[in-house]
Design a protein around this ligand. Structure first.
Ligand code: PSU
Ligand code: MN
Length: 303
């Protein structure tokens, strides 16, 4: 593992650091918006008092804190693996390039000593899980790895009530950032309640700190709805999603290819509106994540 000097220094001095993933760059958004957004998100994290550390695997080596040139390569290079927990040893041993999902980014962040991680949305329980058992590895990782993930919820095309049940079973607190409801990625609400609402970064950081301070290992999910002015119109979203799901079925797309396929088709079918929502929500999450990490550092450094 290679940790960029700026990130290493911040960790040594117990200053706030926020991890970022690369799957969203390589498989979640079109180029060049993918890389432009990645750079903007890093800027917002700095502006709000933390050091950004985008994580990816280059020639088999996990890199904690990619340079702008490396970020660009994650947007343009072909054949980059989408890496979740099970893929990590394969990509590392084969010395391949890997874009890390929420699960893999959590693992590498925790190994580097980073406790906060900002992304767009997490994977969850897919509809039809009763027959396919398609449940994102992101949920299992939240159960076992002590990182707080700040995002805009999970796509509401997933089975959200089932996703919330899995999070409950696995003991993952779901904290609403200024909201009582689980947001649905590019829409603001899903009808499922969060476990607690937090109206300030300090309030949220206090719960995170209390969990880990008391031996309750494992992840925490902090969710903030997409800003209202960028939320997708539900009717337009529903129509695009129905079409994309039908095409996915017809083309026989399965497993790890599902989420990238759906995200790409929904961008096309909404005439780019879902991409605008995706960019707005991750930028919003970046500000939250940096502030929460900074509030946590204050608590942790008191001792
Ligand atoms: N959901 C989104 N955008 C994304 C992803 C999920 O709205 O970019 C990415 C994340 O990297 C997440 C992964 O960890 O997809 C989940 O993939 P799967 O559903 O195959 O577990
Ligand atoms: Mn899946």
């Amino acid at each position: 593992m290679y940790i960029a000097p700026e990130v290493r220094q911040a960790l040594l001095e117990n200053r706030p650091v926020v991890a970022l993933e690369t799957t969203i760059i390589s498989h979640g958004m079109p180029y060049p918006e993918s890389v432009q957004t990645a750079l903007e998100v890093e800027r917002i994290i700095r502006e709000n008092g933390a050091v950004p550390a985008t994580i990816g695997i280059i020639d088999g080596e996990p890199i904690i804190g990619l340079t702008p040139a490396q970020l660009d390569a994650f947007g343009t290079r072909r054949g980059i693996w989408k890496v979740s927990r099970r893929d990590l040893p394969i990509v590392m041993a084969k010395r391949e390039w890997g874009a890390t999902t929420v699960a893999a980014t959590m693992i590498l962040a925790a190994q580097a000593g980073i406790r906060f991680f900002v992304t767009g949305g997490i994977g969850g329980v897919q509809r039809g899980w009763e027959s396919t058992l398609d449940i994102s590895a992101d949920l299992e990782e939240l159960a076992r790895t002590s990182v707080c993930v700040i995002c805009a919820g999970a796509k509401y095309i997933l089975d959200i009530p089932a996703t919330m049940e899995v999070l409950e079973t696995k003991g993952v607190p779901v904290l609403g950032i200024g909201t009582d409801e689980m947001p649905g990625f590019f829409v603001q609400t899903t009808g499922s309640k969060v476990d607690a609402r937090c109206d300030t970064p300090e309030e949220l950081a206090q719960i995170v700190y209390t969990k880990w301070q008391n031996g309750l290992d494992g992840g925490i999910l902090a969710v903030d709805p997409v800003p209202a002015e960028h939320a997708l119109d539900r009717k337009i979203a529903d129509k695009a999603i129905a079409t994309a799901l039908k095409e996915m079925e017809e083309e026989g797309i399965r497993g790890k290819d599902e989420t990238p396929f759906l995200l790409k088709r929904i961008v096309e079918l909404t005439g780019g509106e879902s991409l605008k929502a995706n960019i707005a929500l991750i930028e919003n999450n970046a500000a939250d994540g940096a502030r929460i990490a900074a509030a946590y550092a204050k608590l942790a450094n008191r001792q």
